[in-house]
Design a protein around this ligand. Structure first.
Ligand SMILES: *Cc1c(COP(=O)(O)O)cnc(C)c1O
Length: 471
């Protein structure tokens, strides 16, 4: 019998089949294959349940997505209702009811000048749409020379090639220069003096409202200003994750920084794009992060929490001024020739509408802000005093800290010791799902996580880190 034939007969062994057939994202197979995978079978509220019936607190919102818990009755009812009407129809040449209703709701709840909604299906595609829009906007305004983008160092904007170009990162994208385009980068506040203390590697943030962060924000803005003074005429847009860089490791910016970027974009006549794929929908303590800075970008990207973590859906919002540059006769070819097949999927739109209803009915933004403050207190109490933790930071219900061999000198553990990953496996034994980024531990529970579960999440994390860093 051939090997292939053997594999397809016999009892179903999910762990073996996973190891045999799957290719997991951002995952080294050698490490993955060394232990049995945790296989989720269902979810109950804020818990995931595996195939052995074990329950785990979802401490990462199923990667930044989940907002109100899994299986929220209001949301699943809306999904079922839409399922009986139509599951998918296209936005190309046709429209549909939930796409129209959702666009209107989004225009109502986002800052005033954003008036147009373009649908796609992931954070990456929402960013691609923003790139195409900004680039083409300037061509159609007769300023073809504005064809470059400015981004923050260590930015993350997704995994398609345009968004990879924006978030180019040396360890992950080594060798990709030939198929990415170059962007102008400036250092975000957390990489500037006095936050960074000049070490180049260790960043220490005392708190997000500290004078040090304000000062670092001012230095970061000075870098942006210098860049725009030199290259401004060639810049189509400045693209930022506002208020906090998520995937880089939850690195906060003071609101004054976001305001400053807006002012510089205005002064140098370029567009501001805010990627709120991670920060949107209550995760920073407000519905959208830009609200805390009191500014409005020209283009804004939303995904992840848009459907409360139930279905893939994304939008790119633009101002009327941007939209108007795309009007013309057909033969002018000024339309945005871009679209993703499942963009604006009706089930996704109906789910997003129910998500927004739950935000209204359950005051999720206020809950998330309060839960974030509790999270901050708990982290200060349980995680900060540990022997191997440093640089605790938090914005809303997004938090992170470093796991270091010697926090005083900033010495790291050897990369292959995988201390944070070991802490993740320890947490799993305690019924909690968390996820590392190298030796940075990241917690991003749903904004609506109940108080008792927030306590459980933080105390289990602290115990797990202590266990993984002992010896
Ligand atoms: C996750 C993320 C993306 C990419 O979203 P996908 O849905 O994974 O494509 C883009 N920008 C930011 C800020 C993100 O956090």
């Amino acid at each position: 019998m051939t090997e292939t034939a053997t594999a397809t007969v016999g009892p179903r062994d999910l762990a073996a089949d996973d190891h045999r057939y799957l290719w997991h994202p951002f995952t080294q197979a050698e490490e993955w294959d060394s232990h049995d995978p945790l296989i989720v079978e269902r979810a109950e509220g804020f818990h995931l349940v595996d195939t052995d019936g074990r329950r785990y607190l979802d401490g990462v919102s199923s990667i930044w997505c989940n907002v109100h818990g899994h299986g929220h009755p209001r949301i699943t009812a809306a999904m079922k209702e839409q399922l009986d009407r139509v599951s998918h129809s296209t936005m190309l040449g046709l429209s549909h009811v939930p796409a129209i209703d959702l666009a209107r709701r989004l225009v109502e709840i986002t800052p005033g000048p954003l008036t147009r909604v373009f649908y796609s299906d992931s954070g990456s595609t929402a960013v691609e749409v923003a790139l195409r829009t900004a680039f083409q906007y300037w061509r159609q305004r007769g300023q073809q020379q504005r064809n470059r983008f400015v981004t923050l160092a260590e930015a993350y904007h997704g995994d398609t090639m345009g968004s990879v170009s924006l978030g180019f990162s040396e360890p992950f994208h080594r060798g990709y220069g030939a198929i990415t385009f170059e962007v102008f980068k400036f250092n975000p506040p957390w990489m500037c003096e006095p936050i960074n203390e000049g070490s180049g590697e260790q960043a220490v943030v005392a708190g997000i409202e500290t004078p040090a962060l304000e000062a670092a924000g001012a230095e970061s803005l000075a870098q942006l200003e210098k860049l725009l003074a030199e290259k401004g005429e060639s810049v189509a847009a400045v693209v930022i994750e506002p208020l906090v860089q998520g995937a880089a490791g939850i690195w906060p910016q003071p609101p004054s920084f976001v305001r400053g970027v807006r002012e510089l974009c205005d002064r140098y006549g370029t567009l501001m794009v805010c990627d709120e794929v991670a920060t949107g929908f209550g995760r920073t303590g407000s519905m959208f992060a830009v609200e805390q800075a009191g500014v409005c970008p020209d283009i804004m990207c939303l995904a992840k929490g848009l459907t409360a973590g139930y279905l893939p859906l994304a939008v790119t919002l633009a101002t009327e001024q941007v939209f108007d540059a795309f009007r013309g006769r057909y033969s002018d070819y000024k339309a945005l020739f871009h679209g993703h097949t499942y963009g604006g999927n009706p089930l996704g739109c109906a789910t997003a509408l129910a998500n927004l209803d739950v935000f209204d009915e359950e005051n999720t933004v206020e809950t998330g802000a309060a839960r974030g403050r509790l999270m901050g207190e708990l982290l200060a109490e349980h995680v900060a005093p540990l022997a191997h933790t440093a640089a605790l930071r938090r914005v809303g219900t997004m938090a992170a800290f470093e796991i270091l061999k010697d926090p005083d000198s900033g010495l790291r553990f050897a990369t292959d010791e995988r201390r944070a990953y070991r802490a993740v496996l320890e947490a799993r034994k305690r019924g909690v799902i968390i996820r590392p980024l190298g030796d940075t531990m990241v917690l991003m529970p749903p904004p609506a996580l109940p108080e008792t579960l927030m306590r459980e999440l933080v105390t289990a994390t602290a115990e797990s880190v202590a266990a993984a860093t002992a010896g």
